[in-house]
Design a protein around this ligand. Structure first.
Ligand code: PSU
Ligand code: MN
Length: 302
């Protein structure tokens, strides 16, 4: 049997029928360096509370699925090395063998569904990597969005990915991709790209209604809400393009593959931008946490 450990505040929110927002933990263990990872995770949790919802950060520790983290657990998680990066393929195995792993977007969606949570905020989803026509490197996050009924708020997809191919796969898989408040599909560190978002919605209430309608129609899967980074925090795409190209060619030259690709690229871009990528990343995750909190509250009104 699966053991689920709810944090005190998530337990209380469940009892009261309050709005809950799921948060992932791979961003803590594989996405940002210590100590910023812990500071940012705590800040994002606080943003969710300030916006009227309860944060539920997901992680597997010693075979127990945690839904919501106590502050001391977050502190120790942020400093752990050798934490697995869990997706759909290895989530059950980690729990069954008493392992410890951080949840990616895919695994966080699975955990959220188990805990009855419908909305999840993150930074960026995994997608189709550049060169996927040779490597077949397509994140399981895309297939998860097609089958697990959770609305995921992200800042679009990173330019480390092949963004047009990522949008194509999402369309093929029947995943609604909703640009929030704009026509352009946001490009993570940049608020806009030259690609259009397939759908556009201008309010959290509309996004909540669309989520419920999919459930009513018996359509499996969730929604991807593409929320642009706040204008004052964005890094222009043309400034980043050569940096991303350099990180990608280093990854190719060093033979980085599989689960290692995304963390490698994020780390190199952090170094090559002298930390600016991280500042932007923090701003957009916080922005996504606030929007997800509003959507979670709107869902309760329907
Ligand atoms: N993109 C980011 N930051 C991240 C990730 C993706 O901008 O931290 C993490 C997320 O947890 C995402 C995972 O689910 O990487 C995707 O990894 P892969 O490409 O190996 O599926
Ligand atoms: Mn991959």
């Amino acid at each position: 049997m699966i053991k689920i450990q709810y944090s005190a505040e998530v337990e209380a929110a469940r009892a009261a029928g309050g709005a809950i927002v799921a948060l992932e933990s791979t961003i803590i263990t594989h996405g940002m360096p210590f100590p910023q990872n812990v500071e940012v995770a705590a800040q994002v949790e606080q943003d969710v509370r300030d916006a009227g919802a309860t944060p539920a950060t997901m992680v597997v520790i010693d075979g127990v699925l945690h839904v919501g983290l106590e502050a001391d657990t977050l502190q120790s998680l942020g400093q752990m090395t050798n934490v697995a990066k869990l997706s759909r393929a290895d989530f059950a195995a980690c729990i069954a063998t008493g392992g410890t792993g951080a949840t990616t977007v895919a695994a966080t969606m699975i955990a959220a569904r188990l805990a009855g949570i419908s909305v999840f905020a993150t930074g960026g989803i995994g997608g189709v990597h550049k060169g996927a026509e040779d490597s077949f490197d397509i994140s399981a996050d895309l297939m998860e969005l097609a089958q697990t009924p959770v609305t995921v708020v992200a800042a679009g997809a990173k330019a480390i990915l092949d963004v047009p191919k990522t949008l194509e796969v999402l369309e093929t898989q029947g995943v609604p991709v909703i640009g929030y408040g704009q026509d352009s599909f946001p490009a993570f560190w940049s608020a806009t790209s030259d690609l259009a978002a397939p759908l556009r919605m201008d309010s959290a209430a509309d996004i909540a209604r669309a989520h419920k309608m999919r459930v009513s129609l018996d359509l499996p899967g969730g929604q991807l809400v593409a929320n642009p980074i706040p204008a004052d925090a964005e890094i222009p795409a043309d400034e980043l393009a050569p940096i991303i190209a350099q990180a990608q060619s280093e990854a190719d030259a060093q033979g980085v593959s599989g689960k290692g690709v995304t963390p490698f690229l994020l780390q190199r871009i952090f170094e090559l931008t002298e930390g600016r990528s991280l500042v932007a990343n923090i701003a957009l995750v916080r922005n996504n946490a606030r929007l997800a909190s509003k959507i979670a509250q709107e869902l309760l009104k329907i």
